[in-house]
Each structure stands twice: as C-alpha cells, then as structure tokens.
Design a protein around this ligand. Structure first.
Ligand SMILES: NC(=O)c1ccc[n+]([C@@H]2O[C@H](COP(=O)([O-])OP(=O)(O)OC[C@H]3O[C@@H](n4cnc5c(N)ncnc54)[C@H](O)[C@@H]3O)[C@@H](O)[C@H]2O)c1
Length: 262
C-alpha cells in the first residue's frame, strides 16, 4: 500500500554517513532547532564539514559533539559578529540561510516595529551573511547559496501573514538577483520554499491561540496531505541544492509544501 505519512528516516539512521557532500564545507544559520537543525545534521550525514550557528547558545550546544559539526553562537542581526564568525570559519562551499521570524496579522495589524524587525531578520540578514561569504566563494570559483523563503507571500498569498509573506517574497527576489549576477562565476543561489513545517516556533504560534487544539487543526487543514511536514522532510531538497547534483540549477524556488500550492 502506498505510504503518505512523514518520510521514514529515523534517528537509528542518524549515524549513517553518505557522500553527497563529501569534501564540502557548509555554513548554516538558525541551526539550533527546526529546519536549520535538521539541515545541519543532514549536511553532516552526507559528509560535509558543517558550521552550525544560532543566536540560542543553549539549544545550539545540543549539536556539540555531533560528528562533522562545529557550532558558533551567532546573531545574524549583529553585522560585526557576522563578519567575525565569517573571518574565523573561512569560506564555505554551501551557505544555508535559515534565520527568520513569523509575524501574524494583516497590513492593518502590522506595526512599524514589526515591519522593521521582519525585514531586518528575514531579508537584511541574508544580505549581510551572503555579503560576508561571497567574496571568498568567488575567489574559490563558486558555491551554493540556499535561502529559506516560504510558500507564504512568495508563491501564494496566505491570510494573516502580511509582513512575513512580504519579506519571504523579498527573499525570492534577493535569491534570483544574486543568481543572475554571479551565474558565470560559479555561484548558484536558490530558495527553499516550505509549506507548514512542525517546528518549535510553529508550536509557539499554535500555543499562542486561545484554542491551540483548533489552531493545530486549522494549520493541518490548509495542508492538502492532511498533515504538517517534519523538519526532516526539508532536508532532501536542501542536500540536493547543496550538492553537485543540482549543478545546472540556479535562481529557482524549490517548493516542498505537501501540495499547499496545487
Ligand atoms: N516552520 C514552518 O512552517 C516554516 C514554513 C516556511 C518557512 N519557514 C522558515 O524556515 C526558517 C526556520 O524556521 P523553523 O520554523 O524551522 O525554525 P524555528 O522558527 O522554530 O527556529 C528558528 C531558529 O532561529 C533562531 N534565530 C532567531 N533569531 C535569530 C538571530 N537573530 N540570529 C540567529 N538565529 C536566530 C532561533 O534561535 C531558532 O533556533 C525560517 O526562516 C522560517 O521563516 C518555516
């Protein structure tokens, strides 16, 4: 019988090391939990040397001791710290820009502070982190940059996600612009657009509702497969975009959304 549940890789496979990213170095932001965490582990399982970074030192420390992973505390809103960490780690072959925050609400709900914070974290930080590594990538002859956007805003209008969707559309614009500028210099830049992924911050958004049980049902209801994604289900596309398997691919939005945009 066909299987329509979450992908079946489990922790018992965690020690298996593949070779799809062997010899490559990866830099991951927002790696302490959720998609960034799953992707940092997946990159390491595929043989990459991974720099896993996050603002949350305590949660990031859970990755310490994982084969192939080194951690550094990094607030991507702190330009000086971005430059310092970049100088320390050197030039990665793969940059996975994952930091982001979801504000709820419509245009009329959005405050100036929310607008500024959302653009600073969801868009400007990508600019700052990429700017820190791009000269080295160009000097090395190339690299793969993957920016985490979303289906929200960039692919499909989603209710009550005004500033979030606006910033994620900007991430797609940033991605395509970089891809166009550096396509002849070995730089590939693609955007990963997830649907609804069951991560700690989604749990926070659900629990912030008056009726969290109904809120979870509502999130599930907008997913045609009748369930949320696991963070692990984002790693297949991330490894593909990071690896040479996608060598002819740049400037694309890769949608992994369980059919939300059908
Ligand atoms: N979860 C979803 O349904 C979903 C869907 C589409 C896109 N996304 C995007 O995926 C990315 C990750 O989201 P998630 O839900 O997997 O994780 P999450 O929101 O649960 O965790 C985010 C991580 O980012 C870190 N972080 C926050 N501010 C930071 C900063 N200034 N500097 C460095 N790190 C910082 C946090 O400490 C945390 O570890 C975000 O860009 C989000 O917009 C998520």
């Amino acid at each position: 019988m066909a299987y329509f549940g979450p992908s079946k890789r489990d922790e018992s496979e965690g020690e298996n090391v593949g070779t799809r990213l062997a010899g490559k170095t990866a830099f991951v932001t927002a790696a302490a939990q959720g998609i960034g965490h799953a992707v940092a582990l997946a990159f390491a399982r595929e043989g990459a040397k991974v720099w896993a970074t996050d603002i949350n030192a305590a949660k990031l420390a859970t990755l310490d001791g994982t084969p192939g992973i080194q951690t550094r505390v990094l607030d991507v809103l702190d330009d000086a710290r971005v430059a310092a960490v970049a100088a320390e780690v050197g030039t990665p072959d793969i940059l996975f820009n994952c930091a982001g925050f979801v504000h709820g609400g419509t245009l009329l709900d959005c405050t100036e502070e929310q607008w500024k914070f959302a653009f600073d974290l969801n868009v400007r930080s990508h600019f700052v982190v990429i700017r820190a590594f791009l000269p080295g990538m160009l000097a090395n002859g190339g690299g793969s940059i993957i920016n985490v956007a979303s289906v929200a805003g960039s692919i499909k209008g989603i209710v009550n996600r005004f500033v979030y969707g606006t910033t994620k559309a900007a991430v797609v614009g940033l991605t395509k612009s970089i891809a166009a500028d550096y396509v002849r210099q070995g730089i590939r830049c693609n955007a990963l657009c997830p649907g609804t992924v069951d991560t700690p911050s989604l749990g926070d958004r659900i629990n912030a509702n008056a009726d969290p049980v109904q809120a979870r049902k509502d999130f599930i209801a907008r997913q045609p497969m009748g369930r949320l994604a696991t963070a692990d289900e984002m790693t297949g596309a991330a490894v593909y975009l990071a690896s040479d398997e996608s060598a002819f691919m740049t400037g694309q939005t890769v949608i992994v959304d369980g059919g939300i945009t059908i």
